[in-house]
Write a protein that binds this ligand. Structure first.
Ligand code: MSP
Length: 506
């Protein structure tokens, strides 16, 4: 089955920080897991290069928005590569092919009678690129997200008749209770719809940086309409000479942060309906990574540089940390100290040491070959249904509980080795069969957790599997006892070595 997962496209007004890495890591876990299931996956990420957020940042630096985009896109691509992200395409909204699709779709919305000329008067946040209602503003007419004082804008532009889609959107939400997850975000989006929708500016007259309105070249298409269409346009040109739209559209999951819920859960489906295009299957919302009490954000000036963490600790540690520390869907604090704690206690000790000890014992007691034995019942019972549980959780985009299911088994294996004390069994010839069982159980348990951990921590999981003499990553093999003993083990350096450096600075 085809599976299409996307991240938001990131503004190129600044270099990426850990918050951007978070969504991309989560999407990569889903993409890798779906490939393990044998699905045909298309995974899209990219950059949003138009509109005020980029124009204003470029002005400050005295360069053109295109130059700023060209400069910063390199960092977003580098981040994806350093995190071992397996996106199938990287879209830039400055791609000429994207322009062509935006113009075509917006013309279609116009021709279908959903566009009219009007005057916008109200608040606008140039950093959100969003029109704000009176009730959304904080004291002193401040943007609730960026905290800057907003100006009232008055301008003539083209409007999208969003209000006409209130009924269709309500029906969509009634028919598809999982269109938006988690539930609290579904409720939030639905209540926004039910309060009544105002028509939306489809174009901006004063900005020059964007996709021109096809029937009025003095205006550019509002950056959010242009940006949302990336999910659809990319499929038409990601593969040279091939249009993937029929195969992968509608998207299975748009993964986004809670700040852009309204755009994805309200405007996006309405726009698609207006254009006569199928709406996506699901929009999944995660919370914010916080530093202290505040959202990590370049405009607030409190960020962690993910590349710095990767340089020190490796990308797996970072991928693991953000998904383990913060409950997916909720806001959560991250800090260098908490990172170090988890790195040491969970990665280096529980997974890393267990792996090296197990391999060392197989080497010392059994000449480096995993013994043939029946799966020990006490472990088999505990592993029963694990792969199914992970599959269900990840199908629901519940990354936290999927990882927790797996980690409970890592802890269990640690308890098992303590309880069984294979180094004592090795001293007694009469216990040889028991030792075979224990060593097989440990190797098999580590193999199963590593197959399941591979989407989360690809490098380490694959290194360990290679050392265990098994490299099959398919989900079918993630059953305890699925593979017999007999594999010849190889060398494994330290998976998570002690880092003699300061924690990454906030
Ligand atoms: N360009 C728009 C999105 C267009 S999608 C059609 C945009 N870009 S952004 O760069 O400002 O932010 C994009 C996403 O980055 C957020 O929705 C979220 O997924 C992620 N995050 C940015 N900061 C974050 C945190 N501090 N915490 C978690 N995720 C955050 O909005």
């Amino acid at each position: 089955m085809p599976y299409y997962v996307t991240t938001p496209i990131y503004y190129v007004n600044a270099e990426p920080h850990l918050g951007h890495a978070y969504t991309t890591i989560a999407a990569d876990v889903l993409a890798r897991h779906m490939r393990q299931r044998g699905e045909e996956v298309f995974f899209l990420t990219g950059t949003d290069e138009h509109g005020e957020p980029v124009t204003l940042a470029a002005e400050k630096l005295g360069i053109t928005p295109r130059e700023l985009g060209d400069r910063n896109v390199v960092h977003f691509k580098e981040l994806a590569a350093r995190l071992h992200v397996t996106n199938d395409f990287f879209i830039r909204t400055t791609d000429p092919e994207h322009y062509a699709v935006v113009e075509r779709v917006v013309q279609g919305v116009h021709d279908n009678g959903h566009v009219y000329e009007g005057t916008y008067e109200g608040w606008y946040c140039p950093l959100c690129a969003d029109f704000k209602t009176d009730s959304e503003l904080e004291e002193g007419n401040r943007c609730p997200i960026h905290k800057i004082v907003l100006e009232r804008e008055k301008e003539d532009n083209w409007f999208f008749r969003l209000s006409a889609f209130q009924g269709p959107l309500e029906r969509l939400y009634a028919d598809r209770p999982d269109f938006v997850i988690p539930q609290n975000r579904y409720n939030e989006a639905l209540s926004f719809i039910q309060q009544g929708l105002q028509d939306l500016s489809l174009s901006r007259p004063r900005l020059k940086w964007g996709v021109p309105v096809p029937w009025d070249r003095d205006q550019v298409i509002y950056v959010w309409i242009d940006a949302l269409l990336n999910y659809y346009s990319a499929l038409s040109y990601a593969r040279e000479g091939e249009d993937l739209t029929d195969r992968f559209w509608p998207a299975d999951v748009h993964l986004i942060g809670k700040d852009i819920l309204k755009f994805h859960a309200v405007i996006w489906p309405a726009l698609l309906m207006a254009a006569g295009i199928e709406v996506p299957r699901r929009v999944t919302i995660h919370g914010f990574l916080l530093l202290g009490e505040h959202k990590m954000s370049k405009s607030l000036g409190n960020v962690i540089d993910p590349i710095q963490v990767v340089d020190l600790y490796g990308s797996d540690a970072l991928r693991f940390y953000v998904l383990r520390e913060v409950r997916f869907g909720q806001d959560g604090e991250v800090s260098p100290e908490a990172f170090e704690r988890r790195y040491t206690s969970e990665l280096a000790n529980e997974y890393g040491n267990l792996s090296s000890r197990t391999l060392a014992m197989i080497e010392r007691y059994r000449g480096g070959v995993v013994p043939e034995a029946d799966p020990p019942k006490e472990l088999a019972d505990e592993f029963d249904g694990l792969a199914e549980a992970v599959k269900t959780r990840l199908g629901e985009v519940d990354l936290t509980n999927a990882l927790d299911e797996i980690w409970r088994r890592v802890k269990l294996l640690n308890r098992y080795v303590q309880d069984e004390q294979p180094w004592q069994l090795a001293k007694d010839e009469a216990q040889a069969e028991r030792l075979d069982t224990v060593l097989y159980g440990l190797a098999e348990g580590l193999r199963v957790v590593s197959v399941l951990l591979q989407p989360f921590m690809p490098e380490s999981a694959e290194r360990l599997l290679a050392a265990l003499g098994r490299d099959d990553l398919s989900l079918e093999t993630a059953r305890f006892g699925a593979l017999p003993g007999g594999a010849r083990c190889g060398k494994l350096g330290q998976l998570f070595p002690k880092v003699e450096a300061e924690a990454p600075a906030a």
